[in-house]
Design a protein around this ligand. Structure first.
Ligand code: CA
Length: 240
């Protein structure tokens, strides 16, 4: 990647800052404007969310503790419809852990106080990454995130609260099948037919064994599962 290509991307980029501390917002804005970004500040959560969704932005810098509606909720709502990079800034290290755990789809996290030039560097990095993705025409990985569980279907990788877990092919297929069809009850027979070939050796007991192994990897307490529920006499359901 050449510096020139980066420069081109940045010239027209519009950045929204949702931050209620004026001194921090102004400092971020000053540094970003020095790098030729167009910057708008919103200092209220609700108004910030409204502006974030109403206009086109290339990147969002989001504080967590805000009047009106907090940054967790803003991030979640924006991710329902928008794919721009989101950098979260927070005064508390705990918040960063929480937002990772919630799997809200932020691209980056910074803890206050941070150096404004570090912020600018990260903004540039995220913008060029998004730009490359769009220009390359390669779609982003197909990722399912439900609470602390993140499944990258393209890369076939799974993380639980940020920690990667190893799955066999069938365990991965089964977990992905259920997580991609949340809140629906599947019988063991339906699951078996969807995941295993018609002529595989095995039966619905195979499903039970695999569910048990998956739970051991994704559930904090396998006897009280938060993701894959047993619906007695029917089958299983992935909770949203
Ligand atoms: Ca704040």
């Amino acid at each position: 990647m050449s510096t020139l290509a980066c420069g081109k991307v940045q010239v027209m980029s519009r950045i929204l800052i949702i931050e209620d501390e004026d001194s921090i917002a102004d400092l971020e804005k000053d540094y970003l404007e020095l790098s030729d970004f167009e910057v708008v500040i919103e200092n209220d959560g609700l108004k910030g969310l409204e502006v974030a969704l109403k206009e086109d932005w290339d990147l969002l810098i989001l504080d967590l503790m805000l009047p009106g509606i907090d940054g967790f909720e803003i991030c979640r709502k924006i991710r329902e419809s928008r794919n721009m990079p989101i950098i979260i800034v927070s005064a508390r290290k705990d918040d960063i852990d929480k937002i990772r755990g919630l799997g809200l789809g932020a691209d980056d996290y910074m803890t206050k106080p941070f150096s404004p030039s570090e912020l600018v560097a990260r903004v540039k990095a995220h913008l060029s990454r998004y730009d490359r993705l769009v220009k390359s025409g390669i779609p982003e990985n197909d990722v399912v995130e439900i609470r602390g569980l993140k499944i990258d279907k393209t890369a076939r990788r799974v993380w639980v609260n940020g920690e990667e877990k190893q799955f066999t092919t069938k365990e991965f297929d089964l977990l992905t099948f259920l997580a991609s069809n949340p809140d629906r009850v599947f019988s063991k027979d339906e699951i078996f037919r969807n995941i295993w070939d018609m002529d595989s050796i095995g039966d619905i007991a195979t499903v039970t064994v695999h569910i048990k192994k998956i739970r051991e990897k994704i559930e904090a307490d396998s006897s009280n599962p938060q993701y894959i529920e047993t619906i007695w006499g029917v089958g299983y359901r992935f909770r949203v």
